[in-house]
Design a protein around this ligand. Structure first.
Ligand code: AHR
Length: 328
């Protein structure tokens, strides 16, 4: 029984308004195949790193046939937005019941989102936001709070460097919403600390190898006079560790490195003293997403932003405690 059939079946219980809303939320799409499964079009990022792998596996492991879903997984081709827009369009034309979108780019989604709206297919953003953030164009965004996460890194940095430091920022790819949000949260705190001096920022595209090369150059051009590196994800932070070591410096002593994500590799490096602070950006929100999809299809009101709780780790002991049960 498709989502729409479930809603019609509930007719005896639903008010007209709720039914109208429910049918709208159900997306009017004909996605509910005669096998009665609710069809989910997942416009995904695809291979990008440990965080993304954990996040997308969790979504796919949650929306199973046993749970009443047919999840159509559409990873981007080489992180290319056009491939995502093409997949999005196909899902609209196919009339899926709900679209999940993790956008490789923040901008350029208006037309696609309006098409889904016209087809009455609800869109839920996962992780990545859109810019401008027009909350009329999607039902909700489910993600940890990037401002909160990057503020935690900044607050740690202020406490870790009471006498100041020269610092460098390894950013994710330009044009990605979470990069802008992480810069915003971090700069709002550190910008008010004149003793924390920014020597530069550069994207390393979430890559360990690229980050290692960037940091090698930064250390050379600053005569190793850099005491802190903020890496906007774990892979880049681990690249910074390698560059610091190859410069003959000791990570955690000469140069402290803070990262975002909280993957096993980062917590292992924190336990070893190679990283100094790790702010989790929890990727495991498949259950939350399923609950929200059910609410949407039942015509319930849903908040425009749903924050996924995330922890922070500020010591080797904290990392050692967390590692045995780490799921990503
Ligand atoms: O959008 C989340 C970011 O994308 C993660 O922090 C990073 O590891 C991933 O590639």
């Amino acid at each position: 029984m498709s989502a729409k059939q479930r809603i019609v079946q509930g007719l005896g219980l639903a008010t007209a308004g709720a039914l109208a809303l429910g049918l709208t939320a159900c997306g009017g799409g004909e996605g509910g195949d005669d096998d009665g499964l609710t069809t989910i079009g997942f416009v995904a990022v695809g291979p990008e790193g440990a965080w993304r792998e954990a996040n997308e596996a969790n979504i796919q492991d949650t929306f199973t046939e046993d749970a009443g879903y047919e999840l159509k997984y559409a990873p981007a081709t080489n992180l290319d937005q056009k491939s995502q827009i093409d997949a999005f369009t196909s899902f609209v034309d196919e009339g899926v019941d709900v679209i999940l979108l993790s956008a490789t780019e923040a901008t350029g989604w208006e037309d696609s989102l309006k098409r889904a709206q016209e087809a009455e297919i609800p869109v839920i953003l996962l992780d990545r936001g859109i810019e401008p953030d027009d909350t009329d164009l999607y039902v909700t965004r489910i993600a940890p709070d990037n401002i909160e996460v990057s503020t935690a890194v900044a607050d740690w940095a202020v406490s870790a460097f009471p006498d100041g430091a020269n610092y460098f920022v390894l950013e994710g790819p330009a044009g990605v919403s979470v990069v802008n949000e992480r810069n915003e949260g971090f700069d709002a705190v550190v910008g008010g600390q004149p003793s924390l001096v920014k020597v530069g920022a550069q994207t390393a595209n979430w890559s360990t190898e690229e980050a290692k090369g960037v940091v090698e150059t930064v250390l050379k051009s600053n005569n190793n006079d850099v005491q802190f590196i903020f890496a906007q994800n774990d892979e880049m932070g681990l690249g910074a560790v390698q560059a610091v070591q190859e410069a003959g410096l000791t990570p955690g002593v000469d140069v402290k490195i803070a990262t975002i994500d909280g993957t096993k590799n980062a917590l292992t490096a924190l336990a070893a003293g190679e990283l100094s602070f790790v702010a989790e950006y929890n990727p495991l929100f498949g259950e939350t997403t399923l609950e929200v999809v059910e609410q949407v299809l039942n015509g319930d009101d849903v908040e425009s932003s749903i924050v996924v709780p995330s922890a922070t780790f500020d010591s080797p002991e904290a990392a050692e405690t967390a590692l045995p049960d780490r799921k990503f």
